[in-house]
Ligand binder design. Structure first.
Ligand code: SF4
Length: 186
């Protein structure tokens, strides 16, 4: 019996960390070492990879500030997200109609755009120079149980197309359990 061919959809920055918001305290690397182990697992198991586009890079460039979900939650950004996903949806439908299985779509734990189970929320924004309590404003930012804007839009698109594709957060501290979850579907 021939094995069903499998494909996974990965958030853009799993394969290209240069797309992320700049961190001041560490050198940027294209891919972290523990991510390599995950990618090796995919290749060893002959799982094809579709790389999602990065909506924040597309919408706000490499010099963007780190933002919270509330700042991205506006109609134009949601439209950017939907438009960016359209070509990926076409690929998903084409793979499925040719007998492939989409094992999962991986978001980014904690991201205001690509988080699935966690995102970043807070009362952040406005002119920094005229804020009398910048630390107080920063203190409103926290990680909460919710999805980012891109993942919310993808979820709706999956529902509209009756696509039952598991959505899992990529979390570097938790790669073993992520790999176990994917193994269950192999
Ligand atoms: S989490 Fe999403 S939006 Fe943020 S850098 Fe990664 S791919 Fe881009």
């Amino acid at each position: 019996m021939t094995k069903t061919k499998k494909v996974i959809i990965l958030s853009h920055c799993i394969l290209n960390e240069y797309s992320k918001v700049k961190k001041w305290d560490k050198d940027e690397k294209i891919t972290e070492l523990n991510t390599m182990d995950f990618l090796k697992f995919l290749l060893d198991n002959e799982i094809g990879i579709i790389q999602l586009p990065c909506p924040e890079l597309k919408g706000y460039g490499l010099k963007r500030w780190g933002q919270v979900k509330e700042q991205y939650d506006h109609p134009h950004y949601r439209k950017i997200c939907r438009d960016l996903f359209e070509p990926v949806l076409e690929q998903i439908l084409e793979y499925q109609s040719n007998g492939f299985e989409i094992v999962s779509l991986m978001g980014i734990y904690g991201s205001p755009t690509c988080g699935i189970s966690r995102t970043c929320s807070g009362n952040w924004g406005g002119e920094i120079g005229s804020n009398p309590d910048i630390q107080g404003t920063i203190n409103t930012i926290s990680s909460i149980e919710d999805s980012g804007i891109f993942m919310e839009e993808i979820y709706k698109i999956f529902e509209n197309h009756n696509l039952d594709i598991p959505m899992i957060d990529f979390h570097k501290e938790n790669l073993v359990s992520i790999i176990d979850q994917i193994k269950k579907s192999l």
